[in-house]
Design a binder for this molecule. Sequence first.
Ligand code: SAM
Length: 279
Amino acid sequence: MIKIKPEEIKILSSYIYNLSGISIDASKAYLLETRFGKLLEEEGCKSYSEFYHKAKSNSGGKLEKKIIDAITTNETLFFRDTNPFDLLKFKILPDLMDARSAKGTRAGNTQLKIWSSACSTGQEIYSVAIVLKELFGPSGGPKVSLVGTDLSDAAVAQASAGTYNKFEIERGLPREKLQRYFTMAGNNWKIKDEIRAMASFRRMNLMQPFMGLGKFDIIFCRNVAIYFTLPDRKKLFNKIADVLEPDGYLIIGSTESLTGVCPRFVPKRHLRSVYYQLS
Ligand SMILES: C[S@@+](CC[C@H](N)C(=O)[O-])C[C@H]1O[C@@H](n2cnc3c(N)ncnc32)[C@H](O)[C@@H]1O
């Protein structure tokens, strides 16, 4: 395996930071070698400098996309951490529906916009879709728009296809939900059209300005800000505050906190879950 030199760690880390906001310090050089070793060989590069210059010379090109796919950690699973999905079912959705009906909006005319802002391969937004389906049934519920965005093209493509292998499907998905909402496609499982049709996906970099998103009632931003520096986390959650409805809900990862990150958000607790609302 080709070894990365100290000066190459610097240029490659800063290149990755500029592409994604992902911050890699020098102690994590091994990460660069493990993530890029194979790609380096595939590209026929003899050093990390050559690899960097090849990618840099074609901004937005194939190699740049492969680098993003390789450096992002797409780890996710259906109903990850369970609590946020119970929170959604038993607190957030009933409260939002009550609030809207108090304003005189009937259930069928209510529009709910939900964003999974680092959706990875789609398990988070499809878990949300399943909760909605089970809570509201085939009719009578609100009109929902579920949006999944992620920086990685490969992750967005898989989310969009809604296809999962045996390993992915066995992580977090109860058997009865698998049978009800998926069909077999060769050796894989594919989400049924009724759930797939509830969501749309696109590539989006959270480090860049949010354009044309509109406002959301519920935002999931889980297990992505951990890769960013504190100043970048501050900027990110400020932008998220700008696109959240005044009575909207933000859900972050179970190991994350917004203390010292964004004073515009107030943490609130319901049973075992923490969620955030605008102050
Ligand atoms: C660990 S996954 C979390 C997936 C899901 N939210 C969950 O909690 O299960 C982190 C995701 O963040 C995405 N990501 C990393 N940097 C990003 C950026 N700057 N903009 C958008 N997505 C990013 C990665 O591609 C990856 O899919």
